[in-house]
Design a protein. Structure first.
Length: 390
């Protein structure tokens, strides 16, 4: 019987999300704080996350895989409408088996893609409890198959000492990397290029784990307000396309700010930000670096931006076609595969969407690429970064 690419090759999906179950926080903080932490209330027939009397979203909005239609008209209203694979670990493993995916790396929703939402709770002790509760939940969830469900620590970046403490605690519990905010200045913190963050980079380098920057990790609140009157869905699509550039700025901070130079053994991963922009950005960085006097101010820098990238920075893709192939051809050791399951634009279609199953997409985009390159992108590089055993 004929087999497709996913049957022949190990697949590590480096960016997926889990739909947090209703009791993530209420099961892990004192009962007296249940109204203050994220919890589910049924409002106008829709399961809604609430905290401190404020609405903070609904699980259906980021649990769209396989549903007919697009937001906001076709959003699942309650957990009963959401596929169990989105919030139950055993069901997720069964889904992965059916789709031919060996490993998935897991990111949050409720706390924000860079963990910054928790700061809105105000009370720093409560904020700390919520971050730890999420990380403990993730440890428990991934224990169903810790070599297939990969836990990424939500880092409380706003407190360097706490961040290092939480990193070490969670790595001791089996987590494989840390999730850091790509735009910390959005939360009143120094930008990534600032040496303020060096203790965190040093701790991660010593631990031998990568630092992951998920797209949209900064504050996206004002970006999603349609001030031009173009329509909610149109504006959402426009903004979701543009936030890739936040990670371009993130990579520029790491390179031009000397972070890569100071921490040569530390790996950084740009998550859910696509890869088509990478060749153009790196050509631009190299040109400005060479002609803009960078080495006059920093004679210690010993590589070009593109060389720092080759050494220690990685990007992920899930829908691009020719531009993904171009990036792979130029940077075959730095490109990773993802599906973004179960977000609205993930590679897992509903009846009316133009997406497709990940295995069908991969069959097309990898066609004609050398086998050794395909294996690197689908699993080999991710295995090395996350310390996985093939």
């Amino acid at each position: 019987m004929a087999t497709d690419l996913f049957d022949r090759t190990r697949v590590v999906d480096v960016d997926t999300h889990l739909t947090e179950p209703p009791d993530v926080w209420t099961a892990r903080v004192p009962a007296s704080r249940h109204d203050d932490v994220p919890h589910i209330e049924r409002i106008d027939g829709r399961d809604t996350w609430m905290a401190g009397g404020n609405r903070i979203g609904s699980p259906g909005f980021y649990s769209m895989a396989g549903h007919d239609g697009v937001m906001p008209a076709s959003v699942p209203e309650t957990y009963a409408d959401i596929a169990p694979a989105m919030y139950d670990a055993k069901a997720r493993l069964a889904f992965m088996d059916a789709e031919g995916i060996d490993v998935q790396v897991l990111y949050p929703n409720v706390g924000g893609f860079g963990n910054g939402y928790f700061l809105n709770l105000g009370d720093r002790e409560l904020v700390t409890q919520c971050v730890r509760a999420y990380n403990d939940f993730l440890t428990d969830w991934c224990s169903a198959a810790p070599d297939r469900l990969i836990a990424i620590t939500a880092l409380p970046f706003w407190d360097v000492d706490l961040a290092i403490e939480e990193m070490q605690r969670c790595l001791g519990n089996g987590h494989r990397a840390i999730n850091f905010c790509n735009q910390p200045q959005d939360y009143g913190q120094p930008p990534l290029a600032h040496r303020h963050w060096d203790p965190i980079w040093a701790a991660a380098q010593e631990a031998g784990v990568p630092v992951n920057f998920h797209v949209g990790g900064g504050s996206m609140g004002t970006q999603y307000v349609d001030t031009a009157g173009m329509g909610w869905m149109t504006h959402f699509a426009k903004t979701s396309s543009q936030i890739f550039m936040d990670n371009m700025r993130c990579v520029a901070d790491l390179v031009f700010g000397g972070v890569c130079h100071r921490f040569p053994d530390l790996n950084f991963i740009s998550v859910e930000s696509g890869v088509g922009w990478i060749p153009g950005a790196l050509e631009t960085f190299d040109w400005q670096w060479t002609n803009g006097g960078v080495l006059d101010e920093h004679p210690e820098y010993d590589l070009l931006p593109s060389e720092y990238f080759r050494r220690q920075i990685y990007g992920c893709f899930w829908f691009e076609n020719q531009v993904a192939r171009d990036a792979i051809n130029l940077y075959p050791d730095n490109i990773l595969f993802e599906t973004d399951y179960p977000h609205p634009t993930c590679q897992h279609p509903g009846p009316r969407t133009k997406a497709q199953r990940p295995r069908d997409y991969a069959e097309r985009v990898f066609a004609g690429l050398p086998d050794e390159v395909t294996v690197k992108v689908l699993s080999g590089t991710a295995d090395k970064l996350y310390g996985l055993a093939p």
